[in-house]
Design a protein around this ligand. Sequence first.
Ligand code: CP
Length: 326
Amino acid sequence: MSQTRHFLTDLDLSPEELDRVLNLATWMKQRPYAVKALAGPQTAAVIFDKTSTRTRFSFSAGIAALGGHPEVINPGDSQLGHKESIADTAGVLERMVSLIIWRTYAQSGLEEMAVRSRVPVINALTDDYHPCQLLADLLTIRERLGTLAGKSLAYLGDAANNMANSYLLAGVNAGMDVRIAGPEGYLPQERIIRTAEDRAAVTGGKVTITTDPDTALGGADAVATDTWISMGQEEQKDQRMQVFGDYQVSAKALAKAADAALVLHCLPAYRGAEITADVIDGPQSVVWDEAENRLHAQKALMAWLLVESGLTDDETVRLVREGERG
Ligand code: CP
């Protein structure tokens, strides 16, 4: 019997599995309704403890395209977190749904859900990681540059947040040269850096953590940033605008990267803060492809996890195996 596969952090896919899932995403993007991994329709729970646009629509559209039904739960809509424990919620959901997709706060809560669930659990963003976003980002970079291994990616800004962690881990998992730049006090935790270095040693990737934006930017093939004010940090706005000022992705900063370097932003973006309007709306920006690729990458991920967990029919297995070969 297959063991249930979950996707809780960027390293829940081995480097080889990451390549297979990205191949499958490319293949399914060309055949949007071929894989019916959720035929029935089977229901997928899509639970939000925080607001969302891209994650909500990409999972809803993706689940529908796989032949399934997304049951979307908005913040405060269920008993989860206030009237019922995570474990009891998982015990109920696994009897009724084929996937649990959850945007929440603590990574430990997501892990508790996965321990109790016989169906795959997917991280739709926690305080620590945003691994689905990184699948879309890697797919976008691969589409534009052809390969990931050896390519350099600079991330500037709040380097202590979930996006910085995920850029670091997913990037080195793909064998990339990942440079993370942020001010002192806003850099990744040591445990994240050590984990990234360990994976980089296996894949040939590279880790640079710096307070100097120019060190990160020098000749980079791709430049990424994220909001300086994540959900729940609104009261710190004035202080954070000051702290991160030197890490803005502007035309001057982008000129230090490679010619035609790709510009990534997971959105929502704040023009004039972490990125200037001329850059995000300029010719090097790939942010709309990046947003669309949430759909394609997550469809591939959902189908792949269901196949690996032994929860699909033979035809879905056949199609997924064909697609993942690229
Ligand atoms: N990038 C991202 O996760 O967007 P949403 O918060 O709108 O889902």
